[in-house]
Design a protein around this ligand. Sequence first.
Ligand code: PGA
Ligand code: ZN
Length: 449
Amino acid sequence: MNTEIVGVQGLRVWDSRGRPTVEAAVWLADGSVGRAIAPAGASTGSGEALDLRDGGAAFGGYDVRRAVANVGGEIGAAVTGMDAAGQEALDRRLVELDGTPGKTRLGANAVLAVSLAAAHAVAASRGVPLYRSLGGEDATLLPFPQIQIFGGGAHAGRRVDIQDFMVVCPGAENFAEALDRTAEVYRAAGALMREAGSLAGVADEGGWWPTFDTNEQALETLVRAIERAGFTPGDEVAIALDIAASEFGRNGRYRLGLEGRELDSDGMVGLLAGWIARYPILSVEDPLAEDDAQGFAAFTQAVGDRVQVVGDDFLVTDAARVRDAAARGAANAVLLKPNQRGTLTETRAAFEAARQAGFAGIVSARSGETEDLTIVHLAIGWGVGQLKVGSFARSERMAKWNEALRIEAALGARARFAGAGVLGRDAEEGRPGLRPGPAGAVPQTPLLK
Ligand code: PGA
Ligand code: ZN
């Protein structure tokens, strides 16, 4: 095993929205190779590292020829000769090479693809799956999944204001069972909407694209879908929301286009607290806009003991922001999206900051995805406890759920499942909520190679 980097190559590939994106390949001296593809968001936080696009006429300005050239050019030259197994030193080199806080010079898409590809190359060199290369023998915790049933906001032409209506499965014994339940709810929701004439298609992350008259109608329909699928709302299948409020709120004003009304920050807190009182909601992401830390604190104060309050656009996978939010009592969980920062090490730092603050972590995909499976391995390798990759349709989503199933099967009796107790708490430290999966519940199969 010789993990010295001997070559780096960029390739322009395509994402789930049919837009160009960046793939990096990293070769090591022992012949191992690792590849990774950068994802892309649509409802991005203003504090995110830059997804470098070329602008101009081609592909709506979304081309990535400059970022791809940076991978094989400047970045490749800078990391060739370095040890890929020294991920922190490698990522520090990438950060310093770019030299800007938001990776605006080389592009976080270019930098991230190289950072992740190096981790894959090391795992290949070690002959183990990435989750094990990252977490060793202790990496046995399968994440509690949040899975989208209806898509809205920026992912469905803003037909409803709220972006993600998701389900979580508190009563599931293991990861596989959580997916089984979700599949039934997804099917039931589709059938209900078809009958009601409120189904317009499928949104960006594979969830049903609804034509509801109010945002609350989505919640009512979701509860009915859970019941129709044969589950008890709350106990067996519950609701998680991503409000993505930065998309319709700014300066303390929130404009709900579907309902033709505008609320202030207190009004939003009141609206959401009302929903939490009436529906079995366990997790709410970005309930307020990214510029409304006070609103986040008020919301967390009001409902943070009952629901998980997740910062996505608000915290942008940034360790310093997580610490600041914890000090203010704003949020109790952080969404971890590697491309919001641009390196594996910085993503890990945000997770460590969360752990120290007693925050939960949720590894998350973007609305623009590919067949890349890295995030599943991060969730399990680091023992993060939760995973969000969109809905239960479209293969850029299903590939990730399926990879977690493969890992659960490979771990066999050693697999543990993060139950609902993980919500709003660190998966490993928040012991009261952590429910080990039943021994032997999952068939033993050979380790993934
Ligand atoms: P995005 O959506 O990838 O478009 O930002 C995902 C999310 O908001 O969680
Ligand atoms: Zn979000």
